[in-house]
Design a protein around this ligand. Structure first.
Ligand code: ARG
Length: 253
């Protein structure tokens, strides 16, 4: 009697084990993509909690060419790079500006988008250039290139640099009057300005460098990076890239 019970138990454990293994194998085919989905129009979550945006469409199109299966995971910006290094994410696409510091931590695809910083201030603000922010409260998303600009302007430890975990929080603080300006990527700032019926204006500064977004993989993952670069070249060549660009940015490229 006892023996039979053990046998049944052993059998069912084996079957169960085999099943979960199978499910894991099926799941493990999909590459895990980390993105801080609070950065419209590049990545955001819709009401149904689906991740959408320019970056998402671009990477999906690349994946279709390269035969890759993707699973997008909303991942906070802080810790995003660590998740890639630790292997918890296979790919990052998150409007990430390629720069030398980051290049030591991960490998980037060819650039897929050109960007620059912009300053958002209330329409009635006297601010005309970056220098005018020197004694004002500046909102930025922690660890972004906008943070770099504010930190360089007034010093990293200056209390006037107000750091937020997400850019929407910084912009909300601008609406609430808690900060005088926000420095962030042009696509996001323009989107914010367009959605706020004339309450805010947008300022560029000649000192802002050109930035280029890249898709990131773990350092040394050349096989995946090659596939991504090939797919990117293909969607640029066959008009897919332009079509996606038009949907989000409307003007001719
Ligand atoms: N391009 C800027 C940077 O790399 C900001 C990117 C923020 N992206 C995001 N999904 N929150 O620092």
């Amino acid at each position: 009697m006892k023996r039979i019970t053990y046998l049944v138990l052993a059998l069912s454990l084996t079957v169960f084990g085999a099943c979960t293994k199978k499910a894991e194998v099926a799941k493990s085919k999909a590459l895990l993509v980390g993105t801080d989905a609070a950065y419209a129009p590049f990545e955001s979550e819709n009401a149904a909690k689906e991740i959408q945006g320019f970056d998402i469409d671009i990477l999906k199109a690349i994946a279709a060419k390269a035969g890759l299966e993707l699973q997008f995971i909303n991942t906070p910006w802080e810790g995003l790079f660590t998740q890639l290094a630790s292997g918890d994410r296979d790919i990052l696409i998150s409007a990430i500006t390629i720069n030398d510091t980051r290049k030591t931590q991960m490998d980037f695809s060819e650039p897929y988008f050109e960007a620059a910083q912009l300053i958002a201030v209330p329409t009635k603000s006297k601010v005309q250039k970056l220098d005018d922010l020197k004694s004002l409260k500046i909102g930025v998303q922690t660890g972004t290139t906008g943070d770099d600009i504010a930190s360089k302007l007034v010093g990293k430890t200056n209390a006037n640099v107000k750091r937020f975990e997400g850019t929407p929080l910084a912009l909300q603080e601008l609406q609430n009057g808690g900060v005088d300006a926000v420095v962030a990527d042009n696509g996001v700032i323009n989107n914010f300005q367009a959605n706020n019926n004339g309450d805010f204006k947008v300022i560029s500064d000649p000192s802002f460098p050109k930035e280029f977004y890249g898709i990131a993989v773990k350092k040394g993952n050349k096989e995946l990076l090659d596939k991504i670069n090939k797919g990117l070249a293909e969607i640029k060549a066959d008009g897919t890239y332009d079509r996606i660009y038009q949907t989000y940015f409307k003007e001719k490229k």
